[in-house]
Write a protein that binds this ligand. Sequence first.
Ligand code: NAG
Ligand code: NAG
Ligand code: NAG
Ligand code: NAG
Ligand code: NAG
Ligand code: NAG
Ligand code: NAG
Ligand code: NAG
Ligand code: NAG
Ligand code: NAG
Ligand code: NAG
Ligand code: NAG
Length: 442
Amino acid sequence: MNRLMRGSHGREHWSYQIFSYLLLIFASSALPRSNGEDRLAIGMSIRGNQNLTSDGESFALGFFSPGNSTNQYLGIWYNKIPGQTVVWIANRESPLSRNSSGVFMLNRDGNLVLMDGTRYVWSSNISFANGTANNSTVVILQNSGNLILRDGMGMVLWRSFDHPTDTLLPGMKIGLNKKTGQNGLLTSWKAEDDPRSGDFAIGVDPQRPIQLVIWNKSLLHWRSNVWDGSLFQTTIEGSPNNYLSYIAYAENNDGFYLMFGVSDNSIVSRWVLNTTGVVELLSWQENSKKWAVLWGFPRDDCDIYGRCGLFGSCDTNNKPGICNCLTGFKPTIQKDWENRNWSGGCLRQTELKCDKGDEFIRLEGMKLPDHFIAAGNLTADQCEMQCQKNCSCMSYAYVNTSTVGVKWRCIYWGENLTDLRRIYVGGHNLYVRLDGSEVGQF
Ligand SMILES: *[C@@H]1O[C@H](CO)[C@@H](O)[C@H](O)[C@H]1NC(C)=O
Ligand SMILES: *[C@@H]1O[C@H](CO)[C@@H](O)[C@H](O)[C@H]1NC(C)=O
Ligand SMILES: *[C@@H]1O[C@H](CO)[C@@H](O)[C@H](O)[C@H]1NC(C)=O
Ligand SMILES: *[C@@H]1O[C@H](CO)[C@@H](O)[C@H](O)[C@H]1NC(C)=O
Ligand SMILES: *[C@@H]1O[C@H](CO)[C@@H](O)[C@H](O)[C@H]1NC(C)=O
Ligand SMILES: *[C@@H]1O[C@H](CO)[C@@H](O)[C@H](O)[C@H]1NC(C)=O
Ligand SMILES: *[C@@H]1O[C@H](CO)[C@@H](O)[C@H](O)[C@H]1NC(C)=O
Ligand SMILES: *[C@@H]1O[C@H](CO)[C@@H](O)[C@H](O)[C@H]1NC(C)=O
Ligand SMILES: *[C@@H]1O[C@H](CO)[C@@H](O)[C@H](O)[C@H]1NC(C)=O
Ligand SMILES: *[C@@H]1O[C@H](CO)[C@@H](O)[C@H](O)[C@H]1NC(C)=O
Ligand SMILES: *[C@@H]1O[C@H](CO)[C@@H](O)[C@H](O)[C@H]1NC(C)=O
Ligand SMILES: *[C@@H]1O[C@H](CO)[C@@H](O)[C@H](O)[C@H]1NC(C)=O
């Protein structure tokens, strides 16, 4: 996957360099223009129903008002798909009113700005050390949906892909920057016709970046399984050659990233964190002229973070309720449990003595609990031995992460186990420490 990411960056860079020469010539000979072109030169602007259209015509940039909204935004949407599906917004937090006359321009100082009359509504906020950019700076709407600001040398100064709203397009990534500590997130819209930041955000877990999490304000709402590093692929139904959409995990000196991609650029697909806090993978079906939802997380009640409390395990097939206590545990408050209030979780039936009598039971097909601790690149036997020796090791798992450069395979958990469920397909074996007398009973 690292290779994949580097590969695509390499290509991108190449094409910038080649293009930049052509552009210098082209840009200076073809001024002025504004509508339906893919770029703006210094000092140029769009307003009203003028737009930029990417070369290839996949995306358009312009002013729009979602649904019945009385506000106006500057955004990017699919140009050829009916219904104006917006993928990026400049001024989601500072809308223009519908009747105001906004202007989007490449300012003489080299910044992208959105103005309402003389008021600055939004800016790309780049500080140029030497004051004014020269006349060869351009902003281009690329056919990937990326709006890029580029100087005369072909250096990319700013990219909309680095400032996502609620959508990931192929080629975009989210992740944690190790140097700045900044966590790139997608943030849901407030409502269907209100693109202001809503309650939900998705990003990598800052403590354990190989987990993906959705927050509901500051509360954890959903957590992915511990990522084993493999490509997370989804076949696009109805596409030729079983094209795929995938998510790749990559780590480099700058940070930890999840990158979204497709096996063929003709596939139109996107990730969106929707207004109800579900991250969906959608794909455009040309035949039916509809967006198909390929998957969405959380999928069900069991996917909601910590549904069954500590030491509880969720399974939608459980009867009568979805929560069970793990083997060797009992409900903390039996009455709550009977009333389908599982938040109190479960307690050990027999306290651990932490002696040679402790044993580990194996739970199969599990989503691994939250808060794992990496124990290093150990073999399965070493992993068990380490946990056995350590009284505060309650559980361990052996996760094969060989596909990425992560230097551990054995992971373990301390005092508490939370956010567990059965997942059958793609689940892991989880070994849980119990007093020997408990293991005998099962
Ligand atoms: C963009 O502007 C061109 C030229 O006016 C127009 O033909 C096209 O329909 C516009 N596209 C969008 C998406 O508004
Ligand atoms: C817009 O308003 C119309 C009429 O009031 C209503 O039927 C429609 O559902 C509204 N659309 C949205 C997106 O709220
Ligand atoms: C826009 O419309 C509102 C009422 O809908 C009005 O109060 C305001 O003055 C208008 N603004 C402009 C610039 O026309
Ligand atoms: C640009 O910077 C100003 C002042 O530092 C800040 O108020 C504003 O939110 C920034 N805008 C963006 C789009 O980051
Ligand atoms: C801008 O300043 C930097 C140093 O701060 C210098 O390296 C660069 O050449 C300058 N660029 C221009 C176009 O003057
Ligand atoms: C940029 O172009 C404008 C008009 O086309 C001209 O007045 C200005 O001097 C140019 N600036 C530079 C730095 O070349
Ligand atoms: C603009 O800057 C680039 C690189 O800094 C330089 O190659 C180019 O000649 C400059 N163009 C003008 C018109 O000053
Ligand atoms: C988000 O959290 C609030 C409480 O802060 C809760 O009322 C709401 O149901 C949660 N949303 C979802 C989708 O779980
Ligand atoms: C969010 O996605 C889920 C799963 O696809 C879907 O059931 C739900 O209706 C979506 N919510 C909205 C507001 O689109
Ligand atoms: C569920 O149980 C917890 C812990 O026992 C308690 O604090 C909470 O009030 C209960 N919730 C409901 C809705 O009864
Ligand atoms: C982990 O250890 C195995 C065998 O000891 C070795 O083959 C493998 O390269 C190691 N992996 C990493 C990522 O260090
Ligand atoms: C484990 O859970 C209990 C009960 O919620 C809590 O008091 C304790 O601090 C937790 N321990 C750790 C290490 O998080």
